[in-house]
Ligand binder design. Structure first.
Ligand code: KG4
Ligand code: ZN
Length: 342
């Protein structure tokens, strides 16, 4: 059989993504974001996101089919995010995928969003050496995953015990008076700042934390520390050096993410590290991890930034790997699971 033609639908948060792949070749990846509707609330409003998915899904699907120049009747399978994510948002994608699968008579695969962040690298860099370690850093997740088989064996090695890395970026941006989403804005502001201006704490790196939390992360203490520093500055009537605070905060996040990732990779004896999720688009994280992985003799795989943030191609990629591994489709009875573990 030739490589399967797979459609992927993603709607777990505020991005409506439709991707089309043939095997591991990316044919189309169209994303409609409702982020502008959430800006004034300073974060994603679930009800608003669900409604936006409903209106964006069909136009995004049409754009993707046109870009890939495929007839939906020629698809071999449809893949859709079943979780984790916002329940109302997931339901819109799942209901649409079910209707499409039933109408077209195609097999339906419900897939895990987190696996999508790992599998998407196959579209950029081909076969992933096994086993590998994936660092998944987004607005909702911060995890280290031991990848032994993309379709069947991914296990969690560590995770955040409080805020996700992206969440920390978003909260710190807010307290610096910068807009949502904070990640890209802090990334940009930090380029003008001094990363050594303030030494903010590195969560769970103290000796007594390492026993139980060697591969776990914590960002809420860092966020509080930035808040206190900024507050004190304002009480003192001093201006807040936004670029320096942004750079110092970013350095604390990236230092701990990269140090723990390389430590876990060495501990597990893997020869390659892969990054995914919105924060994987961060310029400092990408360069620091590159340096530290190279120093440890470990290959680093970084999907292009547009594939790091939520999209449909990553979901199609998981569907394609499921078919390659001979897994059975989920069928039309599948339901959404907002807390789906990896
Ligand atoms: O993976 P994603 O698109 O959605 C989730 O599944 O959460 O990640 C969104 C998160 C947001 O918190 C956003 O601030 C962050 O990724 N982000 C970044 C950058 N671009 C997006 N964080 C740091 N640096 C960036 N360049
Ligand atoms: Zn995501």
């Amino acid at each position: 059989m030739s490589e399967p033609l797979v459609l992927g639908l993603e709607s777990s948060c505020d991005e409506t993504g439709v991707g089309i792949v043939r095997g591991r070749t990316l044919l189309a990846n169209e994303v409609a974001s409702s982020v502008d509707l959430h800006v004034r609330f300073g974060g994603v409003v679930p009800e608003v996101a669900s409604r936006a998915h409903l209106s964006a899904l069909i136009p995004t699907l049409e754009r993707a089919a046109a870009k890939a120049d495929v007839d939906l009747a020629d698809l071999d399978a449809i893949a859709v995010t079943a979780g984790p994510g916002l329940m109302g948002s997931l339901v819109v994608g799942l209901a649409s995928a079910k209707a499409l699968a039933a109408y077209l008579g195609k097999p339906l695969y419900g897939v895990n969003h987190l696996v999508g962040h790992v599998a998407v690298d196959l579209l950029d860099h081909g076969e992933l050496p096994m086993p590998s370690l994936a660092l998944l850093v987004s607005g909702g997740h911060t995890q280290l995953l031991h990848v032994e088989d993309i379709a069947t064996r991914i296990t969690e090695v560590g995770s955040t015990i409080d805020d996700a890395a992206g969440e920390a970026y978003d909260k710190v941006a807010r307290l610096l008076g910068l807009p949502y989403p904070g990640g890209p804005v802090i990334d940009k502001a930090a380029q003008e700042g001094d990363p050594t201006f303030i030494r903010f704490p590195r969560g769970l790196t103290a000796r007594h934390d390492l026993d139980r939390h060697r591969f776990d992360f914590s960002f809420s203490g860092l966020k509080t520390s930035v808040a206190r520093w900024v507050e004190q500055r304002r009480l003192d009537g001093e201006p807040v050096p936004v670029a320096d605070v942004a750079a110092s905060f970013q350095e604390a996040v990236c230092d701990v993410l990269t140090a723990k990732t390389v430590d876990a990779a060495q501990h597990l004896g893997v020869s390659s590290i892969l990054i995914g999720g919105g924060v994987a688009a961060n310029s400092r994280l990408r360069t620091l991890l590159e340096e530290r992985a190279a120093a440890a003799g470990i290959e680093l795989r970084r999907p292009r930034p547009a594939l790091c943030t939520d999209n449909g191609a990553m979901i199609a990629a998981v569907g394609s790997e499921a078919i390659r591994a001979g897994l059975k489709p989920s069928g039309l009875g599948i339901s959404a699971d907002s807390g789906l573990p990896v």
